[in-house]
Ligand binder design. Structure first.
Ligand code: ASP
Length: 586
């Protein structure tokens, strides 16, 4: 037997027991006639004590050891003289009788401690060492527990976990696919699934009724902190349900998660329409932990000589409480922020609501005190508040003001960790017009059902059709999304038509689904949650990477393995692939 206990297990009640522990040496300290080792494993740290005088040979052996060596130590549990209240095993130590070196270790490239001296890149290259550190390890343990609890909950609701294939067909609609060449079928490719969307719909046609899967999805997109080329969804689908059933069932799941992991009893989840989310927050995933709702000002500000406003489709502002005393420098800082490339606005107009009831604005040349007062009244601003106004094309301006709103929320500490605001965003538009390609795209995906009362407009006014689609948003993060699906083959055909598909294109890409619908498709719908993101949001963390054991960097690389790498010519030949390697390739 390698060990009798783990390094996180022993307490005062175990004193006098003979035990054997295994683990990694976190630290060796010499203190007077003693040597102390912090022995670490997944479960914690236990102090090993070696007495020079009583066991000189043992101490000589220990002196040769180094950080991260793997050892096995046998000894007696004793009460510690100076206790460490910071760790659960802090009241005891092991008076070691015998040590066995299981493996030596070279010096790690960074310190394996809660706060490490290793930079991001180094820690990613040696991720297996990074995973020895508590903060990273605990994230992975949290992920495991969350997954388990979700499985238990869904099982309790009658869901079956069913695996779907990773080697599937490519569907150009949506994000870019990762492709896999087929050796046995020269010139043909599989795609890795962007999600099991069509497969879970087929499972409904199979009569599986309630399906879920905690499943890897692959999308070849440009990456950000909260995106990975492969990520995990909690993918769900149900038959014989309406939108209301789905929202209620998964509200139950979300509440259960918050209760179990945060001990928070969530309020009933508020619902906001997509149109209102855009109108009041400029975003389809609003962070509703704080107000600063948008106030539209066209009618109040388009009657003077200020061309910027007069020519704008939308003039819209936010009121920031208590910032009416902002200095010129602070205001300039905000202007700079909105002009930065990631916001991309032309400028920003501000109105300071002075303590004496007067107003000072960056557009005093055009607007008198009465004009400014009208704006302040509309914004419900009090003396001492600040009003920030942006203008331009409606959608673009909303997005830009939304960025400013979040920035102000950050600056004022209104986006508090540990506080959660969960929303259902409902009534999404079915289609989205793309200027560049001059066609409509499915806002969610091509299988999403229009609201029955809007079905008639699919041909006459497609842009005005709303969908039975919904997103779950937590603190400004889109954590889940889904929809009621089309189950009528005729309606699906009309949808493909609205998306500019010829009948042949629809048949060649989605023929299998259209055909399947003819064999008795039940009314169905579903939702998928981003599992990595859910882990991050529940831990008040921005990066999903911290919750993935072996994540990729922003260029989609795993620097540890490493991947991707060039492939030997023989392998390429076998796959019948003739590639032109770019000049600048590594
Ligand atoms: N498959 C969808 C997605 O990946 C989710 C859903 O509609 O269930 O976004």
């Amino acid at each position: 037997m390698y060990r009798t206990h783990t390094c996180g297990e022993l307490r005062l009640a175990d004193v006098k027991k003979e035990v054997t522990l295994c683990g990694w040496i976190q630290k060796i300290r010499h203190l007077g006639g003693m040597i102390f080792i912090d022995l670490r494993d997944r479960y914690g740290i236990t102090q090993l004590a070696f007495n020079h005088e009583l066991k000189p040979e043992l101490c000589e052996q220990v002196e040769k050891m180094g950080r991260e060596w793997v050892i096995q130590a046998t000894g007696i549990v004793i009460e510690r003289y100076s206790k460490n209240p910071n760790i659960p095993t802090g009241e005891i130590e092991i008076d070691v009788q015998k040590v066995n070196v299981l493996n030596e270790a070279i010096t790690p490239p960074f310190t394996i401690e809660d706060v490490s001296d290793g930079g991001d890149e180094l820690r990613m290259k040696y991720r297996y060492l990074d995973l020895r550190r508590n903060p990273v390890k605990n994230n992975i343990i949290f992920r495991h527990k969350l997954g388990l609890e979700i499985r238990k909950y869904l099982n309790g609701q009658g869901f079956l976990e069913i695996e779907t294939p990773f080697l599937v067909n490519s569907t150009p609609e949506g994000a870019r696919d990762f492709l896999v060449p087929s050796r046995m079928n020269p010139g043909e490719f599989y795609a890795l699934p962007q999600s099991p969307q069509t497969l879970k719909q087929l499972l409904m046609i199979s009569g599986m009724d309630r399906y879920f899967q905690i499943v890897r999805c692959f999308r070849d997109e440009d990456l950000r902190a909260d995106r990975q080329p492969e990520f995990t969804q909690i993918d769900c689908e149900m038959s014989f349900i309406e939108q209301e059933d789905i929202l209620n069932l998964f509200e139950g799941l979300v509440k259960h998660i918050f209760k179990t992991f945060k001990n928070i009893d969530l309020e009933p989840i508020e619902r906001i329409t997509w149109a209102d989310a855009m109108k009041y927050y400029g975003s389809d995933k609003p962070d509703a932990r704080f107000g600063m709702r948008f106030v539209e000002l066209n009618d109040l500000l388009q009657h003077k000589e200020f061309k910027v406003f007069n020519e704008a489709e939308l003039v819209v502002g936010i009121k920031v409480d208590g910032c009416g005393n902002y200095s010129r420098k602070q205001l300039d800082g905000l202007v700079e922020f909105v002009k930065s490339p990631h916001v991309g606005a032309g400028g920003l107009v501000y109105i300071l609501c002075n303590a004496d009831g007067t107003f000072k604005s960056s557009v005093d040349k055009f607007y008198d005190q009465e004009d400014l007062k009208a704006v302040a009244v509309r914004c419900e601003a009090n003396p001492g508040d600040l009003i920030l106004i942006m203008s331009g094309k409606a959608m673009k301006t909303r997005t830009q003001l939304s960025a400013l709103r979040l920035e102000m929320g950050n600056r004022l500490g209104l986006r508090k960790a540990g506080e959660y605001k969960v929303l259902w965003v409902v009534d999404f538009p079915l289609l989205e017009w793309d200027e560049e390609t001059q066609r409509f795209y499915a806002m969610h995906h091509p299988f999403t059902a229009p609201k029955p009362e809007h079905e008639d407009m699919l041909e006459s006014n497609p842009g005005a059709v709303n969908a039975n689609a919904y997103d779950l948003v937590i603190n400004g993060s889109e954590v889940g999304g889904g929809s009621i699906r089309i189950h009528d083959p005729e309606l699906q055909k009309r949808m493909f038509k609205a998306l500019n598909f010829t009948e042949e294109q629809a048949q060649s890409q989605f023929g299998f689904l259209i055909d399947a619908f003819r064999f008795g498709a039940p009314p169905h719908g579903g939702i998928a949650f981003g599992f990595d993101r859910l882990c991050a949001v529940l831990s008040d963390c921005d990066s999903i990477r911290d919750f993935i054991a072996f994540p990729k960097n922003n260029s989609g690389r795993d620097t540890m393995l490493p991947a991707p790498t060039p492939i030997a010519q023989a392998q390429l030949d076998e796959l019948n692939i003739d590639i032109k390697i770019p000049q600048n390739a590594k």
